[in-house]
Design a protein around this ligand. Structure first.
Ligand code: SAM
Ligand code: FES
Length: 357
């Protein structure tokens, strides 16, 4: 066990471990080791970001999707999903409300919906950029071609979230239908990064078929790719998917991995996700205590909230944006943190990346 504590120490000083060491650290975790890890993770997080929590206002603007990821509640084969799309005006109304509430980053997320052509998306991004020059625009629209990413970047989007989902080929194939490939996903991430976006990758914890080896693949990939943000959250089954009835990912393993990620790159933007808040009422607080520094409250209109259901029992589907914003603030104050009214960029942006902002 002493050995595992020294692995945490080395991860903190070197920023990485070897494959077998990561494996040992994950497999050998205990509640005491986790507390030790979280303490170190908070030390480095406080050194870089202090006690600030960065908010991202999530606008789930379409739940139409051409994909059929086996885990996802809005996959195209789910005929029970009630589909919706938000117009540009509706999206701008969400931003207006968000801005009044102190949000300085808007995240436009949706299924891969062909209705939102490049021209349409460019129009939406330009309109937000013009109305809110002090805000960051993050997109999470799935896989598009390089030219599309480039146009959206030039229109004013500067961050992009595209979880790689798993860095293990066999596992990727297990979670996705034929026709989707890890190679394409990673190619998109490379394109995004080379265009100049601040890029977020990430994965679900405890997705069906995931082994400790898969998690080690993810950690080594993240170390190599050096994203600006990593989104991880527990897998939670959705009743109308092929993975209905499968076991959800664990809170304990998810927060342990958040601690590891914080030590892997102290500057990472690391969200305590809604999925974490869904599997435990204090999941997001535990995520922050393990090293997370970002929370993404929902700004979508209440009328569509309960339609963007990626998994069962999602929280905050009936709450107004303002309620969510102040609920999060209360929760953060209760553990000694507070919301920062700022864009919340990655602390280590290169000169070139800064000029792009
Ligand atoms: N279409 C975009 C994409 O592919 O990146 C964004 C939307 S997608 C629904 C956002 C993320 O939700 C996915 O990357 C996946 O990791 C997560 N997700 C989907 N189904 C989930 C589930 N059942 N449990 C937890 N997370 C899930
Ligand atoms: Fe497309 Fe989930 S299958 S967003």
């Amino acid at each position: 066990m002493i050995n595992n504590y020294s692995l945490v120490d080395r991860l903190m000083t070197d920023g990485t471990l070897s494959r077998p060491e990561f494996f040992t650290l994950i497999e050998g975790r205990t509640p005491e080791l986790a507390e030790y890890l979280f303490d170190k993770a908070r030390q480095v997080r406080h050194a870089v970001y202090g006690k600030d929590i960065f908010l991202r206002g999530l606008i789930e603007f379409t739940n139409f999707c051409r994909n059929d990821c086996l885990y996802c509640g809005i996959r195209k084969s789910n005929l029970s999903a009630e589909r919706y799309r938000l117009s540009q005006e509706e999206i701008l109304a969400c931003c207006r409300q968000g801005h009044e509430l102190g949000f300085r980053t808007f995240v436009l997320q949706g299924g891969e919906d062909p209705h939102y052509t490049d021209d349409r998306m460019v129009g939406i991004v330009r309109a937000i950029r013009a109305a809110y020059p002090d805000c960051a625009i993050t997109l999470s629209l799935g896989e598009r071609d390089r030219e599309s990413y480039r146009r959206l970047f030039r229109a004013g989007a500067e961050r992009y979230l595209l979880r790689h989902e798993t860095r293990n080929e066999g596992h990727y194939a297990y979670l996705h239908p034929a026709g989707m490939s890890l190679r394409d996903r990673l190619g998109c991430l490379e394109d995004l990064r080379s265009i100049g976006y601040q890029v977020g990758c990430g994965f679900m914890v405890g997705s069906p078929g995931q082994t400790t080896d898969c998690l080690v693949d993810d950690l080594l990939f993240i170390k190599e790719f050096r994203p600006h943000m990593v989104g991880i959250g527990p897998f939670i089954p959705h009743k109308d998917t092929p993975f209905a009835g499968r076991e959800a990912g664990s809170l304990e393993l998810t927060v342990f991995l958040l601690g590891i990620l914080r030590l892997l790159d102290p500057k990472l933007l690391l969200p305590a996700t809604t999925a974490l808040g869904t599997i435990s009422p204090t999941g997001r607080e535990m995520g922050v205590m393990a090293g997370a520094n970002v929370i993404m409250p929902n700004l979508s209109p209440v009328g569509v909230r309960n339609k963007y259901l990626l998994y069962d029992n999602k929280i905050c589907t009936g709450d107004e944006a303002a309620e969510c914003r102040f609920c999060i603030q209360r929760r953060m104050l209760s553990i000694g943190y507070d919301i920062a009214v700022t864009r919340g960029d990655y602390a280590g942006l290169s000169g070139e990346e800064r000029r792009a902002v």
